[in-house]
Design a protein around this ligand. Structure first.
Ligand code: NDP
Length: 497
């Protein structure tokens, strides 16, 4: 493990400037020679210059991934050997916990206590979980009704996979994408988000160190409109896996039509978190707090619509508001920080724009409601904000804000709250707080979302499928459900006559 650094210059990875991209096992500059700056959101200062990939770099990366998929050592590795590589990568991630956590916190802004205790260990867990799947990709024998036929299926990799990831959990998103793709024998071109390319590129170094053959994983940092769009449209890419906004998800789908790529999309959300009066309110308030403020609210599953039964509404709101005010806002590297900055100036403007829209439409911010000032004024900090007097039709109750802003909404009956919770273009996640087991299961059945958490929130595990209903996307990540996305089934008929 590296020692703890408080100054970015103490991190060896950041001393190489500019940071290069990984293509065909080599660390190379962009074909154009261009670079872009990645910013420390706690201070607004430049952390590093990074090679700016564009379509020519994507072409080179896809060619390297194709070559690695068709020839060389990768397709000849046994499943056990593939699994061992993933396991080795998990070990390397764990060995570099401190360094990776600091890079993640510097680039994204998130509190170091979470990078260290959640982002990095869960990344390692993900690689380890999928290491196990490499040896369990079984076909089936099919009892067909045609005499003398022996019919079976093979589960084969899809080919060259393009993966486009966002900035809210950069390292974890890289693992969610890479681990199943590699376990299934595909090769990859990964494009990290322009705001947070560093941890994925450092992971690329660990991938090389783990011994993955060259070209199996290629990492091309750059902008969505250039590098991302080129990857989504590339005729030699067989599949795209995307996490990000619903708006860009639709563009990816259109771009993929040229060669009918397989597409999986994990998109936005406006998740309802519902507190019934019989819930243990102490835990429900704490759950509501972390549901919205974890990762500064920049979570696709953020519990941003807080439905509270009318009889306990005032009590819950006052508890939530008190707890929000006690959260310590500050630079992510400070171990005491609960709430870091938003990721970028753009996200700061987006979130404060939503706060203003809420106020203009008549909602009342009983806590927060503005950008943080004084010693945090140079960073992109927004106070944890709780809105009261919200109507379902207001912008802040309908659109994904992706910031530390919750809209509180009172309700009276089960049927009413289920209908209102489901009245959204999204359907990613939902929370239910109740001690009535029948009510819990009833709500789980009624809610139109890919995940329902009961008396808990934001639980993720490599073994549990995750993905959206409606415009929150399609396809599932994690668990064995994701294997369908990274394999294709071949049916073999053998005439035994
Ligand atoms: P985007 O959807 O724009 O970004 C996600 C990824 O897609 C990034 O790597 C981005 O590149 C890339 N991208 C952007 N445009 C294209 C394109 N035309 N073709 C291919 N790839 C592209 O999200 P934003 O960062 O703009 O955030 C906007 C909103 O999206 C947030 O406020 C939030 O509501 C939602 N969001 C949802 C996430 C989720 O987890 N579901 C995660 C992030 C955002 P680049 O590097 O240039 O950004």
């Amino acid at each position: 493990m590296t020692t703890s650094a408080t100054d970015p210059t103490e991190i060896a990875f950041l001393r190489q400037q500019p940071v290069k991209m990984l293509i065909g096992g080599q660390w190379v500059p962009a074909a154009s020679g261009k670079t872009f700056a990645t910013i420390n959101p706690a201070t607004g200062t430049v952390l590093a210059q990074v090679a700016e990939g564009e379509s020519e770099d994507i072409n080179r990366a896809v060619a390297a991934a194709r070559k690695a998929f068709e020839s060389g050592p990768w397709p000849k590795l046994t499943p056990s050997q593939r699994g061992r590589l993933l396991w080795r990568l998990a070990e390397l991630v764990e060995q570099h916990t401190t360094e990776l956590a600091e890079l993640e916190t510097l680039d994204n802004g998130k509190p170091i206590k979470y990078s260290r205790a959640a982002d990095v260990p869960l990344t390692a867990d993900h690689f380890r979980y999928f290491a196990g799947w490499a040896t369990k990709l079984e076909g089936e024998t099919i009892p067909v009704s045609i005499p003398n036929m022996f019919t079976y299926t093979l589960r084969e990799p899809v080919g060259v996979v393009g993966q486009i990831i966002p900035w809210n959990f950069p390292l974890q998103m890289a693992s969610w994408k890479l681990a199943p793709a590699l376990a299934c024998g595909n090769t990859v071109v990964l494009k990290p988000a322009e705001q947070t390319p560093l941890s994925a590129l450092r992971l690329g170094e660990l991938i090389c160190e783990a011994g993955f053959p060259e070209g199996v994983v290629n990492i091309v940092p750059g902008f969505g409109e250039t590098a991302g769009a080129a990857l989504a449209a590339h005729p030699d890419v067989d599949k795209i896996a995307f996490t990000g906004s619903t708006e860009v998800g639709k563009k990816i789908l259109q771009a993929s039509a040229g060669n009918l790529k397989r597409v999986t999309l994990e998109l936005g959300g406006k998740s309802p978190n519902i507190i019934f009066p019989d819930a243990d309110l102490k835990y429900a308030v704490r759950g509501a707090l972390t549901a919205i403020f974890f990762n500064q609210g920049q979570v696709c599953t953020a519990g941003s619509r807080l439905f509270v039964h009318k009889s306990v509404y005032d009590q819950v709101l006052s508890g939530l508001s008190d707890a929000a005010q006690k959260m310590k806002m500050g630079p992510g590297l400070d171990p005491a920080t609960d709430l870091g900055p938003l990721v970028s100036q753009e996200q700061l403007e987006r979130v404060t724009g939503y706060i203003e829209a809420g106020k203009q439409e008549g909602a009342v911010a009983i806590t927060g409601g503005k950008r943080a000032g004084s010693d945090l004024a140079n960073g992109y900090f927004v106070e944890p904000t709780v809105f009261d007097k919200v109507e379902d039709e207001m912008t802040i109750a309908r659109e994904e804000i992706f910031g530390p802003v919750v809209a509180a909404l009172p309700f009276e009956s089960v049927e009413e709250v289920a209908a209102r919770a489901n009245r959204s273009i999204y359907g990613l996640a939902a929370g239910v707080w109740t001690n009535d087991v029948k009510q819990a299961h009833k709500m789980a059945a009624l809610l139109k979302s890919g995940v329902v958490w009961v008396n808990t929130y934001n639980q993720f595990d490599a073994a549990a499928p995750f993905g959206g209903y409606k415009q929150s996307g399609y396809g599932r990540e994690m668990g064995h459900a994701v294997l369908d996305a990274y394999t294709q089934i071949k049916t073999v008929w053998v005439n035994l006559r």
